[in-house]
Design a protein around this ligand. Sequence first.
Ligand code: GDP
Ligand code: IMO
Ligand code: MG
Length: 427
Amino acid sequence: MGATAVIGAQWGDEGKGKVIDLLAEQADYVVRFSGGNNAGHTVINHLGEFRLHLVPAGIFNAQTTCVIGNGVAIDPDVLIGELDQLDAAGIDTSRLLISDRAHIVFPYHRLLDNLEEARLDAQAIGTTRRGIGPAFTDKTARRGLRMGDLLDPDSLRGKLAGAMEYTNLVLQGVYNHQPLSTDDVYEQCRRWAERLSGLICQTELLINRALQERREVLLEGAQGTLLDLDFGTYPYVTSSHPGASSAYQGAGIGPIRIDRIVGVFKVYCTRVGGGSFPTELHDANGEHIREVAHEYGVTTGRPRRIGWFDAPMARLSNLVNGYTSVILTRLDVLDQLESIKICTGYRLGTQTLEFPPSSAADLAQCIPIYEELPGWREPTSDFRHVQDLPANARAYIARLEELIQAQVSMLSIGPRRDENIIVRPAL
Ligand code: GDP
Ligand code: IMO
Ligand code: MG
């Protein structure tokens, strides 16, 4: 059997952590393949409530090996903090492995992220300020350091000196900031190596062997497709590729080793940070959803912006990822609404659009075309079979399925691992 990729289908925070924790019950491997600790994945299960930023959400299953793949940018301080927290909660973290090719997020990346957001001021991207953009910039500019570099202290010093020579030129020349000491950062690297060396290896070899042995491999996405560098709402995007193409690239497997590409959608939309959001709500419905669903960022605590389900964005998401099935989350959040809107297309001047335009200026001019469906006004969290759901809830789900043009494999009706309705196998 091939791998299953779980992809954020909107602007992130769709409930990937919950879904991975559940699916990991059947998985031998869970591999995080992209992003960094800009991600915040919530897991609520019999062991407690957890917010993960780097450790894969499969860590709660005793038989699952967890891998932070080559496509992830790792802030070792954050990773060590997360491991300490999990250890303190009695979770066995000895099954975690780290790709030697994964790039390192240094404190100077965090500093650069903060300085650049401050410089942009009103034009800021609204990043998580975790240094992820600058770390991926260094990766593509071929001056990044990788986790494997921590294993060789002698060559590490030279590589770090080279990277920091450039960084200090930028800090002083662009931001008028004092230069940083390479020695201090080198000492920090030595501490990271002491703690993490034993976990760093060529993880692509293990993952491919596992697939050959027909083991169950889950590929855990971070962020969402609408934050993708190419297909997201550029420039208000993250600096990596959250979609299916990263699932094989960021784990080091061939594309045809992936059998299932599962898109995770909320039944409405949220986004954190700047950028166009055509269906954004500035009314009592938006406030209601934010408070009922506690829509505040896991990583930064910022209130999430709320909007109706956006079919043009969902069509694009399916187009570029090719979902074999989709999971809809947070259905219960809409339980009390009298009526619910769905954006089925955009009006741009005299044109009607089925897909979002690529230009941010055009997107900002798009006016959503809505249809309105009646709400069901009944709690749904206790249902476990589709046929038991209120008819209006079933009609809403059927309409989303039609608009996304993919079959729903599962509905999530609460934050806990066991609050789900299995609709059909995730093909
Ligand atoms: P991720 O980044 O995709 O893993 O999602 P986050 O953890 O950032 O945000 C999802 C939030 O929704 C978390 O607080 C989850 O506990 C919660 N959640 C997930 N699924 C459901 C659901 O079906 N219903 C409700 N009410 N909450 C959910
Ligand atoms: P998970 O995995 C929601 C957003 C930021 C900002 C933009 C760029 O929890 O779904 P960055 O720090 O990446 O340079 O910020 O991307 N962003 C996320 N939004 N969920 C995430 O991850 C996100 N990761 C980044 O808010 O708009
Ligand atoms: Mg999140």
